[in-house]
Design a protein around this ligand. Structure first.
Ligand code: NAD
Ligand code: MG
Length: 395
């Protein structure tokens, strides 16, 4: 029986993870769940899965959660705030930690789980983009395992052979990250400034949290994934290509020097990569049907439009720059996306704010966690200023 902590259990990935876990209660036992503020859903999850610990960031929500647990006679202990997240991440009974908090808030608990030698299922790509080799070094020195949940990276992992320390990229010429293209793939550029948060969050293929949905619409998600792939698989950025594949059934490709191209294929449903990483190296049921090849029809592949979606190029430049620049890119993006979702910034100004911040905040070497946290804090401050300057004219 493996104990599992889910950081961010009330989100899209968290809920999908519990769906898979519920199919395998003979293998997995939920030991801790965490959420920011949605205490009603967290309460229902606690009553169903009976974890030893529940962590919630919001103080008022914590009181409601504790009262609900008492009433239901559920013995789950409640902790509040950031320290609670780290406690959940390193619980001795947690063999597996699903890192599914969105954004920079996931960095410290993910790093804590890596340092504690857990099997870390990495959905929270922002943590890796920010901390880069610090997170990978923590995994290597503690003997932890890092298994990618992002569908593209999980696909690549599945297409790579086993090497002495995980997956090997010997003989790999190139990888292709597939991108759905987002909801505005066919929109003319002139219309993009009038995009509303609701339109940006209505992803054509995947059901996801708001922040990653906006990132998918700007193609920043693919930019973050390019940095993530380069780090996870130790490949230079120039060996990673992005291809738009609107049907979103091929989750990525690996090409070898002998002319072979391998791909992982399936319905766009995150329960497949989640089940893959939970059971690895065994295959377990995910609740997702296999593809019916006879009804798939034609699949399309095209180049991304880097002019219409400048965030992809900004992320590529940040990847080349290295050091703290990916952390700066990530922080600027988080601030700009939050401002867009709050109606304070136009969709097209997201990229402008990020560009402004990258111009103003220089690259520093990334030697320790304090460099990451310092770059993140400074970039957020500059980004808030730039949001005010570029602030929204409503569409
Ligand atoms: P979501 O917004 O649906 O859920 C986020 C979770 O994190 C929630 O449980 C929320 O309570 C928690 N959270 C948010 N802010 C927090 C904070 N400050 N402190 C503590 N907890 C906080 O997001 P999601 O779509 O599930 O995505 C989660 C992560 O997985 C993201 O990094 C995303 O990029 C990645 N990811 C998601 C998908 C997907 O299909 N949803 C696919 C690939 C990767
Ligand atoms: Mg992805």
């Amino acid at each position: 029986m493996k104990g599992i902590t889910i950081l961010g259990s009330t989100g899209s990935i968290g809920v999908s993870t519990l769906d898979v876990v519920a199919r395998h209660l003979d293998r997995f036992r939920v030991v801790a769940l965490t959420a920011r503020s949605r205490w009603e859903l967290l309460l229902a999850q606690c009553i169903e899965f009976k974890p030893a610990l529940a962590v919630i960031s919001d103080v008022a929500a914590a009181q409601s959660l504790a009262a609900g647990l008492r009433e239901a006679k559920c013995p789950t202990e409640v902790l509040v705030g950031e320290a609670g997240l780290e406690t959940a991440a390193i619980l001795p009974s947690a063999d597996i930690v699903m890192a599914a908090i969105v954004g920079a808030a996931g960095l410290l608990p993910t790093l804590a789980a890596a340092r504690a030698g857990r099997r870390v299922l990495l959905a929270n790509k922002e943590a890796l983009v920010m901390a880069g080799h610090l997170l990978l070094d923590a995994v290597a020195s503690s003997g932890a395992e890092l298994l990618p949940i992002d569908s593209e990276h999980n696909a690549i992992f599945q297409c790579l052979p086993v090497g002495p320390t995980g997956r090997s990229t010997r003989g790999v010429q190139r990888i292709w990250l597939t991108a759905s293209g987002g909801p505005f793939l066919r929109w003319p550029s002139e219309r993009l400034s009038s995009v509303t948060p609701q339109q940006a969050c209505a992803h054509p293929r995947w059901v996801m949290g708001q922040k990653i949905s906006v990132d998918s619409a700007t193609l920043m998600n693919k930019g973050l994934e390019l940095i993530e792939a380069s780090l996870l698989f130790g490949l230079p950025v120039k060996a990673i290509e992005v291809v738009v594949h609107p049907e979103s059934t091929v989750h990525s490709f690996v090409q070898y020097i002998d002319g072979s191209t391998l791909a992982q294929w399936g319905h766009p449903d995150m329960r497949t990569p989640i089940a893959h990483a939970l059971g690895f190296p065994e295959r377990i049921h995910s609740g997702v049907e296999s593809l019916d090849l006879l009804s798939l029809g034609t699949l399309h592949f095209e180049a991304p439009d880097r002019v219409k979606f400048p965030c992809l190029g900004l992320a590529e430049a940040a990847a080349h720059s290295g050091g703290t620049t990916p952390a700066v890119l990530n922080a600027a993006n988080e601030v700009a996306v939050a401002a867009f979702l709050a109606g304070r910034l136009n969709f097209t100004s997201i990229a402008s704010v990020i560009e402004d911040v990258l111009e103003r905040v220089g690259m520093q070497p990334l030697l320790g966690l304090e460099d990451v946290l310092g770059a993140d804090a400074f970039a957020r401050q500059v980004a808030h200023d730039r949001v005010l300057v570029r602030g929204s004219v409503s569409p």
